[in-house]
Design a protein around this ligand. Structure first.
Ligand code: PMV
Length: 309
């Protein structure tokens, strides 16, 4: 049996604007993981997929062509030159909440690609894994920027610009994030679709907001590279103000953001598609416990503290 894993991710700066060509910064979150196993089946049954968290157990040949798990399996087997006519059991499970901005779809797909490649003795480069997963992301999102598959496949902080080569990016001074879940599932596709319609109705206004988010992201990269953590917090707050203008925040996200700031966070914002899902707060070793407690008291479903390095 072969096992492979993939981490979750959080977007620190630039969500939504990244779909329109502006830069974004994302980091892997290793505290949450997707896992895929591949084993040769004993009976002649074809390829069977067991998605434990979704309580699904089905055969690839019975699934619709746009089933994301099957789509990933087919693309990967084609890529490594393996026939679809073999008897395999592929099991997936994940501790990443679904539709919460932590990259669950991309992480599950990445774990499948890695497990299949490993099972058949192939070593796929991160950019190859990323491009296979990007095809699956299109099923989930419609018009994904590609940031999720990139940060998860490369397993390192990324400064990402759509359709451009990934730039090396150094975190000079590690910093801490508290990540809190509103508990509200919010499919990225809907938020991205709403922003697109608003942009189509008033392109000048939205292009200006995207430009401002892009400028903040460039400044955030400099702050991370130079270890200016206080500045980073202010930039997160500024990014959140612009996300509000894009109408992707929500009362639940706002109350967690307020709680984090009251607890002493240096900055706080939603992360990912918004409307629900997760928010992130920049904390220090001194404030992390207080901020986590404030987030829980404000109704966070879960709080993870992670170090970005
Ligand atoms: O909701 P998530 O974590 O999948 O993030 C989506 C990020 C967006 O910028 C809103 C969309 C995209 O494709 O980049």
């Amino acid at each position: 049996m072969t096992i492979a894993y993939a981490s979750g991710k959080a977007i620190l700066f630039g969500e939504h604007a990244v779909v329109y060509g502006r830069p974004a910064i994302a980091v892997p979150i290793t505290e949450v993981q997707a896992q895929a196993t591949v084993e040769n089946a004993q009976q002649a049954q074809g390829i069977r997929i067991v998605a434990q968290d979704l309580h699904r157990d089905y055969l690839l040949r019975d699934a619709p062509p746009d089933d994301p798990l099957c789509f990933t399996v087919i693309n990967t087997l084609r890529h490594i030159g393996q026939p679809l006519t073999q008897d395999l059991i592929i099991t997936v499970q994940s501790t990443i909440p679904i539709a919460c901005g932590l990259g669950s779809g991309a992480a599950v797909a990445t774990a499948i690609v890695r497990a299949l490649a490993q099972h058949f003795g192939h070593r796929l480069e991160a950019n190859v894994v990323s491009s296979i997963v990007f095809e699956t992301e299109k099923l989930h999102h419609g018009t994904p920027s590609g940031i999720d598959n990139t940060v998860i496949a490369f397993e390192q902080p990324v400064y990402f610009v759509r359709e451009q080569t990934l730039e090396a990016f150094r975190v000079s001074r590690p910093f801490l994030l508290a990540i809190a879940d509103t508990g509200i599932a919010s499919p990225t596709k809907i938020a991205v679709g709403d922003v697109r319609r608003a942009w189509q109705a008033d392109p000048a206004k939205y292009e200006e907001i995207f430009d401002e988010i892009g400028t903040l992201t460039v400044m955030a990269r400099q702050a991370i590279e130079s270890g200016a953590i206080e500045v980073l917090g202010q930039l997160m707050d500024a990014n959140q103000r612009l996300l509000r203008l894009l109408k992707v925040s929500s009362p639940e996200l706002e109350s967690l953001i307020t709680a984090a700031k009251q607890g002493g966070a240096l900055g706080a914002k939603l992360s990912g598609g918004g409307r629900g899902g997760n928010m992130i707060a920049l904390v220090t070793p001194q404030t992390k416990d207080r901020v986590s407690m404030m987030l829980r008291l404000a109704g966070a479903r879960s709080v993870i503290t992670t170090e970005v390095h």
